[in-house]
Design a protein around this ligand. Sequence first.
Ligand SMILES: [Zn+2]
Length: 466
Amino acid sequence: MRYLRRSAAVAVLVLSGAVAVVVMQQPSTGAPKHELKGPPLQPATAALVREISSRNIERSIRKLVSFGTRHTLSSQTDPNRGIGAAADWLFQEFSRYAAASNGRTTVEKQTFTQPATPPRVPVDTPITNIVATLRGTQPESAERVYVVSGHYDSRCSDPNDAVCDAPGANDDASGVAAVLEAARVMAQRRFDATIVFMAVAGEEQGLFGSTFFAEQAKQQGRNIAGMFTNDIVGSSVGDDGRRDPFSVRLFNEGVPTSETPEQAALRRSIGGENDGPSRQLARYIKEAGENRATRMTVRLIFRRDRFLRGGDQIPFLERGYAAVRFTEPNENFAHQHQDVRVENGVQFGDLIQFVDFDYTARVARVNASALAAIALAPAQPRNARVLTAELTNDTDLTWEPNPEPDLAGYEVVWRETTEPEWTHTIRVGNVTSYTVKGMSKDNFQFGVRAVDRDGNRSPVSFPLPG
Ligand SMILES: [Zn+2]
């Protein structure tokens, strides 16, 4: 069928020269896996994304694996083996990239003592996060922060074995390498909002590094408008041999972990279970991350993390921040949290030979596309409301004006209640209220987003009743 169709198309091409028609015709056997869905990238962002190098990713993963183990309880002082040596190297790498940013990037070792937390932290243990902060250049946006993270600690079969070889090439040198490479290309450029590139430790012992960072941020009242963790982004081949090299999963929760019973009751009463802030962030990343430069499909998974499992996004969710998790499409459990060994002819262990550096580079490009878009864009409109003073079959929306000087206006978006992603956009101008005539809030989901003069769009704000 496909062959016949193509032959017919070629005939049309030869006879009439209707190239565009022919090229746009889709085969009837289903769309390709890397079908393009998002809007075109800003040219500057496309250039940035294309600078992401799989050779640099490979170099970083090889270096991280070379420390033998990066277990949180391993040596802090050995210059060659253990987590201390890995932390020193990461600090140097981030500092090198920061040097290209004209002073806009600061790098710190955020070290704290995790009190003994049996069984996985048997004694008081120092834990170090490496935190590189690329300061936003628009004063109205610089306090708005996006965090992109991976964890550099590793483990074997026994979660408390600090001396075994734990290469952690995929879990999670891959995520750290993606963050480092995003930092390298982004530190050379300017963004309105602030971006934090981070490598945390203590993940395998109980999410301790990310918990410390998120708690500090909460206590300081920082506006973390979104957090992405990259954890296990090193391979597109599952344990059954299935290959999916142009896809990454993005786990995102609908009902916020941090919501109070009163907030949850209100959410249920308006059918907002699919419209929490992390889900809006995930929709945004999908739209920004699927493009010609990444060639990736971002597969949204409407779940906080994999079934009964967790990661560094959770401490952020617990503190009321929007946060999501990137993970490869098909995990291979022989290659994570396993002693390196051969059993019945099967190689176990998180070895570098199972990592696909080109794949990790594509995931890094998805991260960079979304981070660049979101950090150039205005903030999400604040205090979006659906007015409910009187019952009508229109939808009356209001929101607060954005502070950014480059704001162009707003868009109202909508979708059927059963649609996973926003499907329609209405440009409404630089206003703070809009009535969608003849479309009832009972029948659709609505949202509002801000747009700047360069066409950068914010994530969607989901309106509450007002
Ligand atoms: Zn992990």
